[in-house]
Design a protein around this ligand. Structure first.
Ligand SMILES: [Zn+2]
Length: 140
């Protein structure tokens, strides 16, 4: 693997086997990012974090969110009204658990991040409800 080169990282992440992901991630991160699990609300690292910084993808280190766009949604998960850059976030329809939801994934490595809802605050009206386990905060 060529972890230093961004161009190759994308390829190596998308081609990584499940065993390789298991080695790279903690069991909790693996469940969330690779198996689309949802961590418990109010019992995760960043739901009540007000530190300023950038939130990176825990799998591929892409910068996904900025603390400036984080808001207190009351849901118990870190919530953002917009991503740092639109093209870093992919959207997929998720019909699991008898609901129709929009799943959000890291467009660089396809890892599950959380879900997108349309009941967020201004200016976007969007709520990106993200699992802390999928994020790593780089504090400013
Ligand atoms: Zn990623």
């Amino acid at each position: 693997m060529h972890l230093k080169k961004a161009g190759n990282l994308q390829v190596s992440c998308k081609n990584m086997s499940e065993d390789e992901w298991k080695k790279k991630l903690t069991p909790e991160q693996y469940q969330v990012c690779r198996c689309s699990a949802t961590e418990p609300p109010f019992d995760n690292e960043y739901w009540d974090c007000h530190d300023s910084g950038k939130y990176h993808c825990v799998c591929c280190d892409e910068i996904l969110f900025d603390s400036e766009h984080k808001f207190d949604s009351g849901t118990g998960w870190p919530s953002f009204f917009q991503p740092l850059k639109e093209d870093t976030i992919g959207e997929k329809e998720d019909v699991s658990h008898g609901m129709r939801r929009v799943e959000v994934i890291c467009s660089k490595c396809d890892s599950h991040l959380g879900h997108l809802f349309d009941d967020g605050p201004n200016p976007t009206g969007l709520r990106f409800c993200i699992n802390s386990a999928a994020l790593r905060l780089e504090r400013r």
